[in-house]
Design a protein around this ligand. Sequence first.
Ligand code: ADP
Length: 618
Amino acid sequence: MTGPGVSSPSQLDARIHDAIRRCWGFETLRPLQREAIEAGLSQTDSLVVMPTGGGKSLCYQVPPLLAQRLDVVVSPLISLMKDQVDGLRACGYPAAAIHSHLTSSERHAITQGLRRGEYRLLLVSPERLMKGEFLELLEALDIGAFAVDEAHCISHWGHDFRPEYRRLAMLKERFPGTSVHAFTATATPRVRNDIIEQLRLDDPNVLVGVFDRPNLVYRVLPRTNAPLQVADVLRRHRNEAAIVYCMTRVQTEKLAASLTGQGIKAEAYHAGMEAAARGRTQDAFASESLDVVVATVAFGMGIDRSNVRCVVHATMPQSVEHYQQETGRAGRDGLEAECVLLYSGEDVFRWRSIIERNDDDEPTDEHIRTARREILWHMQNLCRGLECRHRALSRYFGQPYERDGCDACDVCLGEVQGMPDSTVTAQKILSCIARVGQSFGIGHVVRVLRGASAEQVTRWEHDRVSTFGLLRDMSDRKVTNLVYQLVDHGLLERTEGDRPLVRLNQRSIEVLRGERQVQLVDPEQGSVRKTRAATESWEGVDRELFERLRALRRRLAGERGVPAYVIFGDATLRELAHLRPTTLEVMADVRGVGSKKLADLGPVFTEAIRSFLAGRDT
Ligand code: ADP
């Protein structure tokens, strides 16, 4: 049925494509964007689950633009709203955000603009949205649809529950004719159902995207010396954006200082810092004057830098959702990015004790506790597993992975090296534990195996046991990692409590008797290999010109007080440095260059390219 104002599918496609080309300079839609945009246009409730970087924003930005109406977006963070509004305005899209950082005259001007129908998109926080006077304003405005971003925050089964989201349940009551569209990157079925129920979505169109991010290269390395290992990874990404995640605030500060000491400029970021200092770090990162941030989970939601080339986890995150979300901040421009996780079985015990400590403060019901342990177990499994990381991640999110070999993880690239003589090494460790009477912790066992002349060793006369010094040739850290690998594989027990001991179990006995083979990973991994994609994505790109254009982008972003990616993304810069357009006509063909940006930035970029080429000729 095609009524007035309703387009046929092909007309609709043409209108959508025209809009994304004109406004954003995009040539094609990403998977599910079309379906999500259609749900917005037809005002059918929807739940869109798309991985980070999948392009959720476009799905709620396009419908009001085409339908010439005003939609409201609920967004949890002010920084996120500001960046989005800046980005949209740079494309000539009329959007506004109302939040507590506005002066009353700014707020007044936006309210007036809203009444005059000047905007297509209004961004607000859930707290503000549910205030009485704000709801009255919206009622007077004839809202087309509500989009709820980061919708998983409504579910206590998710990893980021925010009680203020719960009040959004009232939206459907208060605006019965208005459609509600939920967007999230967290995909477990339980969270999905909770969102649908809580937001009272009416027979929603549920659209679940593919979770695999083929442009991310995953590596899990045994952790032996975090500061040196992190520095090693970062040296592969000189002058590129990187985020290093740590478990605690203290760790972020220590690691940032150590990296700086190793000649890599880095700043710490965590929730314990003053808001002003946090803001400075965040702005410096967005404007590209700072490339490396060492942070706790607190860093991320508001970070929209699309050219993050590297995410390192100095410790294991507490859930696969966290891992997916944090690594998802890398390579949002679709270009290759590297994600390295430094793992030691020790992390699992640390997380367990953090979860239990939280329980003491605020007793949690048994179901939630069990769920948390399970969540942790899945993350541990991902780290100690030796199958393709892309496949393992897809499986966790309930999706098949069709490819045979991803060419984008340490396992498929053939980098993971087994430890030669694993079984013999395991026997040495286990037999040392037997010799010291199974009554000591890992630190002590490592000292004995390393043949240390420490007072604790001599006091117990452990310098006389036959296993003393058996692994003298390895470093302390390497032996420690190997002991944790045995615990990880269930070949050894580590007791709970403040002073955990290591004890043998049935499987340890089998290993000692030679009835069970062991496969350990060599903690000292070899060099990393280059992927096909890494080689191809720079093919034909003039690196020198790319750097020149990057500097120009940084200068323009600074002058305009916007994040650098608002000017152009890295993919666009690479294409410019490949095509080297010297006229606006040619530049119009470059991905990410819409008509507004062409008019605004075309002259200065083509001029820069012309002068670069002229300089090269002489
Ligand atoms: P998320 O799903 O994480 O919210 P965003 O909406 O921020 O993702 O989009 C991620 C990046 O992808 C942004 O830089 C955005 O401009 C870009 N993008 C989105 N849709 C498209 C498209 N159809 N073509 C090209 N780039 C796109």
